[in-house]
Design a protein around this ligand. Structure first.
Ligand code: NDP
Length: 600
């Protein structure tokens, strides 16, 4: 295949420029005030309870994978009273909320679903569907007794460090005011749904909901894929064509009378190739230590680190397989930054040409096929994988409405307007994603008040600052569970979380065993870590050359703050090896353990 690289670069720039807009993240609407009802929980009734005013050893904010894996490690370390505070009606986090039809993991279950070995669960498919993942979250909760102290349907409103008693005071929207010696936070990167700020969005008189609050009462069907039998006579609009839409559109296409998919930027949609797990094969895989081996193998393959084999073998590892194939014949002196970047670009051009050719091979109507092609580098936007999405556009009831990069023009009482044409619909489904570029404390819904009354938002006024992505100077006994400033492994978020959980369990255990009331990252250690982070080549994702999206702050200069939104300068494998050694050493370098207020 001959590729005209200059022509492609030009095309990518033109397509990006079409989509650049001055309002960046401000184009989206927060779901407050008149939009607050979009956040109602359609899945679990809220049960009234008395406020808590007691004390626990560890409080964890967020009952998704982060809270579950950290809770599990703490329980294994003998910390019994771990209280998870969760805004949803059950554990699961993103998998609690996202029950849209067709939801499934995009990273292989064997590495994506945490604690498989510990709980003895065999994923039924290479890419498990959402109900199985939600059930696995519950399994972890039950296995480790995490329901015992949990507060569900509860949102933290305030976290304040009590210096005299060396503990955190936690207040919630249920009137709770309890204390915890330690707090850990795993609020998730994508948990605050957003709506597009389309003029007239409030005028629509039909039915409307966001994909993260799927209204099965309206559509019929259920998350396991039962047909949505109430849509047969309905005209439905889906706004957005990101990873969520790619998964739910095929189901809607089968169910709706007419389906209109409103597209601003096409996703790149590669082959999924899902398949059931063969129990006999799994028995040969699941020998002691298997999941850790798979995790390390996936990370090595996905990040281009040396690996003898590729256990997962999928679209994620394909990205670096191609890159590696291009550089392995180079002599050491030829391995310059320039040659690496060129190899990366060449493999990307090749991959994206294949993905675009796939659209032509699958989609019958040439104009629709043309519009569904993604003109940007694969990691400019979240890569998608699906074997029924493109195919859905071959159905006579399924219509792609391409907005030429401009987005929906207007919403009226009756429907959706693009290029002056009104598409009358009964229901609008917003597959418009989640807040990403906003401040941590805004997404958390609370600020932390640490030592000396300093707020986390103040400490981070010039960007995030942590030690190892876990500890923050000035905020004793508080831990973060998230990927940034740590491994930053985007292709498998749970791997980052599991490691953070281990670090926290070891740290808390050490404090408890030695009677320390407080543990805090020293200023020097935090500064040195930030300096190390800044010594790298910067953010892998988020190039301003990319088409706008949440990976690159919607195409706006993210400012100095974003320089700190990076991972370990030598990559995810280097971070995992480092943090493993840090834990093993038992020296807790960079942390200051204290007996309490008196020895400060
Ligand atoms: P995204 O933010 O990826 O997609 C939002 C969509 O809405 C985009 O296509 C966007 O277009 C479109 N949009 C926004 N404003 C307008 C407008 N005014 N007019 C028309 N279209 C508009 O959200 P998703 O929920 O799809 O995915 C979010 C993330 O969640 C994913 O990137 C992924 O990380 C995760 N996810 C993971 C899954 C998994 O692992 N299985 C499944 C689903 C999601 P544009 O691209 O132009 O901005």
């Amino acid at each position: 295949m001959t590729i005209d690289k200059e022509a492609l670069r030009r095309k990518y720039r033109e397509e990006r420029d079409k989509r650049l807009r001055p309002d960046g993240n401000d184009q989206y609407l927060r779901l407050t005030g008149r939009f607050a009802h979009y956040l109602d929980d359609p899945y679990t009734p809220r049960i009234e309870r008395d406020p808590k005013t007691d004390h626990v050893t560890v409080a964890f904010i967020g009952g998704g994978f982060a809270g579950l894996v950290t809770g599990a490690r703490l329980k294994e370390a003998g910390v019994e009273d771990v209280r998870i505070v969760e805004k949803g009606g059950d554990f699961g986090g993103t998998w609690y909320w996202n029950r849209y039809p067709g939801a499934q993991c995009d990273t292989a279950s064997f590495v994506y679903m945490p604690l498989l070995e510990e709980t003895g669960h065999m994923p039924t498919e290479k890419y498990a569907h959402a109900p199985e993942i939600l059930e696995h979250c519950r399994r972890i909760g039950k296995h480790y007794g995490l329901y015992d102290h949990a507060l569900l349907h509860t949102e933290v409103t305030d976290l304040t460090w009590d210096e005299t008693r060396s503990r955190w005071v936690i207040r919630t929207d249920r009137g709770d005011a309890f204390t915890a010696q330690f707090v850990a936070m795993g609020i998730g990167p994508l948990h605050v749904p957003k709506l597009p700020g389309i003029p007239g969005i409030d005028d629509f008189r039909g039915h409307a909901f966001h994909t993260s609050r799927w209204d099965y009462a309206y559509t019929g069907g259920d998350p396991s894929g039962a047909p949505m039998d109430r849509l047969a006579d309905k005209r439905v609009a889906v706004i957005g064509t990101g990873a969520t839409a790619v998964q739910c559109v095929p189901h809607l296409a089968r169910a709706c009378g007419e389906l209109y998919v409103f597209q601003r930027t096409p996703s790149s949609v590669d082959v999924r190739d899902n398949r059931p797990t063969d129990p006999e094969w799994f028995a040969t895989v699941a020998t002691p230590g298997w999941q850790q081996r798979w995790l390390e193998n996936f990370t090595a393959n996905q990040t281009g680190a040396p690996a003898e084999e590729d256990l997962v073998m999928d679209g994620w590892t394909d990205i670096s397989r191609r890159f590696r194939a291009r550089i392995e014949h180079l002599r050491p002196e030829e391995l310059t930054q320039e040659s690496m970047l060129a190899a990366f670009e060449d493999s990307d051009f090749e991959k994206m040409e294949e993905i675009r050719a796939r659209v032509d091979a699958v989609v019958a109507d040439p104009a629709t096929a043309h519009a569904l092609k993604a003109w940007y580098r694969q990691l400019c936007k979240r890569p998608c994988f699906h074997d029924e999405y493109l195919q859905a556009f071959n159905r006579p009831n399924t219509h792609l409405v391409d907005t030429g990069g401009k987005g929906v023009e207007r919403i009226t009482e009756r429907g959706v307007v693009v290029a002056g044409r009104e598409y009358e619909v009964d229901c609008v489904i917003y597959a418009s994603g989640f807040e990403v570029g906003t401040d941590y404390t805004r997404r958390a819904g609370y600020d932390l008040t640490g030592r000396g009354g300093v707020r986390l938002s103040e400490h981070w006024a010039d960007g995030m600052r942590t030690l190892h992505g876990v500890h923050v100077h000035g905020f004793p006994n508080a831990f973060l569970v998230q990927p940034t400033q740590a491994a930053n492994l985007i292709s498998n978020i749970p791997h980052n979380l599991t490691e953070a959980g281990r670090t926290i369990a070891v740290t808390v255990r050490h404090a408890l065993d030695h009677g320390y009331a407080e543990v805090e990252a020293t200023r020097e250690a935090e500064e040195a870590w930030v300096e190390l982070l800044l010594s790298g080549t910067g953010r892998l994702l988020g190039s301003q050359d990319c088409t706008p999206g949440y990976y690159n702050n919607e195409g706006q200069d993210p400012g100095r703050k974003s320089w700190l939104g990076v991972g370990h300068p030598h990559g995810a494998m280097a971070y995992f090896a480092f943090i493993d050694g840090w834990r093993e050493s038992g020296a807790f370098e960079g942390l200051d353990f204290r007996r309490g207020g008196q020895d400060r």
